[in-house]
Design a protein around this ligand. Structure first.
Ligand SMILES: Nc1ncnc2c1ncn2[C@@H]1O[C@H](COP(=O)(O)OP(=O)(O)OP(=O)(O)O)[C@@H](O)[C@H]1O
Ligand SMILES: [Mg+2]
Length: 143
């Protein structure tokens, strides 16, 4: 059965933990393992942190987190996590995904690398001044 969660938050740093805990609880309720949940938590934190830090340079806005659990074609459970904002957008997606690339000097530029390594797939859609959508998929090892 398909299950879905949607949460819209103000883009302030304390809401990164709110999003992380909400998605972790949702994943746990769908039977994901502790190890899988730890990886999902890192990926969600990185994506939401990006909306908090980069999307609204002149203030705050909204960040929406959506989690969907369903079975894929081969009957395996998978979690789709979407993190969406309506901020500045990313001009050059390929560059933003490069490990070590950051537009904030004191940052490591590793957020997208973590998302890519901890989830099974990462998809990015962004338009200048319209916002950014990050879609990540985590496949479930056991049912
Ligand atoms: N939601 C977003 N809105 C606007 N720009 C973004 C967004 N997410 C990422 N970016 C851009 O992509 C770059 C790379 O993001 P990434 O998460 O890999 O590194 P970082 O956030 O700069 O540093 P770190 O995640 O290591 O603290 C950012 O520096 C920023 O310029
Ligand atoms: Mg980041």
């Amino acid at each position: 059965m398909k299950n879905e969660m949607r949460l819209t938050l103000v883009s302030i740093p304390s809401n990164v933990a709110v999003a992380r805990i909400a998605v972790a609880t949702f994943a746990a309720s769908q039977g994901f393992s502790v190890a899988e949940i730890e990886e999902i938590k890192v990926a969600v934190s990185e994506a939401v942190s990006n909306s908090v830090l980069h999307a609204y340079p002149d203030g705050t806005g909204e960040v929406t987190v959506r989690a969907i659990h369903e079975e894929n074609e081969s009957g395996r459970g998978e979690l789709v996590v979407e993190v969406m904002d309506h901020g500045t957008g990313i001009g050059d997606i390929a560059k933003a995904k490069e490990p070590g690339y950051s537009t904030i000097p004191e940052h490591m530029g590793l957020g997208f690398s973590f998302m890519e390594s901890f989830m099974d797939s990462l998809f990015l859609e962004s338009q200048p001044e319209k916002g950014t959508l990050v879609r990540m998929v985590k496949r479930q090892c056991r049912q």
